[in-house]
Design a protein around this ligand. Structure first.
Ligand SMILES: Nc1ncnc2c1ncn2[C@@H]1O[C@H](COP(=O)(O)OP(=O)(O)OP(=O)(O)O)[C@@H](O)[C@H]1O
Ligand SMILES: [Mg+2]
Length: 453
């Protein structure tokens, strides 16, 4: 994996997120610093702390999106949690450490699928040999009775090998795909323990399912499928055998510790700020629980102990009511970098609609292209959509770029329904008058737009 420089990280983020340059810079530096730390030798390395970040900004302006894309770029294990989830009285929700467990689960899956990819061709070969064994049973070694039978046997073995080669070629070419085959598939013993397991088992890092699974003998089940499917199933089984789960777990833990990213959403909801009302008694409690994890501690997971010292934490919140300074001081100290994200303007909306690689207009165009219909968004229409989004955000509630989703579904509703029955393959032009005709009435009527847009 090649390491991206801060400039390159920002360039990559630019492909998906419009504006918010300050936030992009901050996360780019944090990510690069992690790599720099790994290059530092000696005792100092352990002393260098991650640059935890708080992203501050209104809803729907790209906070989560930035963190998510960053994790993708870094190919790092990533989880997103809502801080408010931990506030329920008596922690009906999950305990705070569970975020580290989730992250480790994620990392294990990540490493496992990488390893599976690595052994894929080998597993495929082995699956093919298994299939060939079924189709052409290997010659059994008989007791040699005379000279004659021995040569006969050699001859038979030779013939067998030839047929095998011939069949193997056909198998690889997919010519046998539709033929049915019966084979032994190993089945994971299913244990109905999920319901029976005592509360909080998962939180203690114990997986009953897995323990029971390893105690009970692996059952073999006869299955009959088409060869194409059998190849896939067998390749999976062979891959399982080829992968050393111990090393997968070790690598996963290593990755969590050195490159894991935890995104804590709605951190402002657990910040003080006035008297706590109703069930929110435990806000500060949640902060206190978060503290050891962010500061660095050992968390038991079912794959082993994970140290959280160098996990990167990115917190985010609107901070409308409370301020970062309402957090307990220890926690503030652990999130030294604060960046504000801006509200999005009409111009930003125009760009968001068209420029990102996953831009909404591109998404809808791709959807309809599968039916042979080409959506042709005129410049004027895009402007108009952006204008309406801004207007509704101002009048009803500012939900940022999410407004574009709701507006587009309303705008394209008819087209999406009429393709392909009433609108056969053709070009559908969408211009400003089309947008106005479809949306103006709703926008003008505040009550209506509250419900629809
Ligand atoms: N600056 C932006 N550029 C491109 N797309 C954006 C931008 N801001 C938001 N979006 C889009 O809007 C949607 C919501 O954004 P996101 O999830 O990042 O919001 P958020 O800032 O985390 O809000 P919240 O505080 O409610 O969690 C995403 O689908 C994202 O693609
Ligand atoms: Mg978010």
């Amino acid at each position: 994996m090649k390491e991206l420089t801060p400039t390159q990280i920002v360039e990559e983020l630019n492909k998906y997120i419009i504006g918010q340059n300050e936030a992009k810079r901050a996360v780019a530096i944090a990510l690069r610093n992690r790599w720099r730390r790994q290059q530092v030798t000696g005792v100092l390395r352990e002393e260098i702390m991650p640059n935890n970040i708080i992203l501050i900004g209104p809803t729907g302006v790209g906070k989560t999106e930035i963190a998510r894309r960053l994790a993708k770029l870094a190919q790092a294990p990533f989880v997103k949690v809502e801080a408010s989830k931990f506030t329920e009285v008596g922690y009906v929700g999950r305990d705070v450490e569970s975020m580290v467990r989730d992250l480790t689960d994620y990392a294990v899956n990540m490493v496992k699928s990488e390893k599976t990819e690595e052994v894929h061709s080998k597993a495929m070969e082995m699956a093919d040999e298994r299939i060939l064994d079924i189709l052409i049973p290997p010659v059994r070694k008989a007791q040699p009775v005379s000279e004659n039978t021995e040569t006969e046997e050699v001859n038979e073995a030779f013939q067998n090998e030839k047929t095998r080669d011939w069949m193997r070629a056909k198998l690889k070419a997919g010519e046998l795909n539709d033929r049915m085959i019966e084979f032994d598939a190993s089945t994971q013993p299913t244990v109905g323990m999920q319901v029976l397991g005592p509360f909080g088992m998962d939180d203690m890092g114990i997986n009953i399912q897995e323990i029971m699974g390893s105690i009970m003998p692996k059952k073999k089940k006869k299955r009959k499928t088409a060869i194409a499917e059998a190849r896939v199933i067998m390749a999976q089984e062979e891959a399982q055998k080829l992968i050393d789960m111990d090393s997968v777990q070790r690598e996963a833990i290593e990755r969590v510790q050195n490159s894991g990213i935890i995104f804590i959403d709605e951190i402002d909801k657990v910040a003080g700020g006035g008297k706590a009302q109703g069930p929110d008694v435990s806000r500060e409690g949640v902060q206190r629980d978060l503290l050891p994890i962010v500061e660095g501690s050992n968390v038991n997971t079912k794959y082993g102990v994970v140290r959280t010292d160098h996990i990167l934490f990115i917190a985010s919140g609107a901070f409308h009511v409370s301020k970062p300074s309402d957090l307990i001081p220890e926690l503030q100290g652990r999130f030294p970098i604060r960046v504000e994200l801006n509200s999005l303007s009409e111009d930003d909306f125009v760009k968001i609609l068209t420029m990102p690689e996953n831009a909404l207009l591109k998404q809808y165009s791709a959807l309809l292209e599968t039916e042979g219909v080409k959506l042709d968004f005129k410049e004027s229409a895009i402007r108009e959509i952006a204008r309406i989004a801004t207007e509704v955000n101002e009048q009803v509630e500012n939900i940022g770029a999410r407004r574009l989703h709701t507006i587009l579904t309303t705008l394209l509703d008819e087209i999406l329904f009429d393709v392909p029955d009433k609108i056969p393959s053709e070009v559908v032009k969408i211009d400003a008058p089309f947008v106005k005709k479809k949306l103006d009435k709703i926008v003008k009527n505040r009550d209506l737009s509250k419900f629809i847009l």
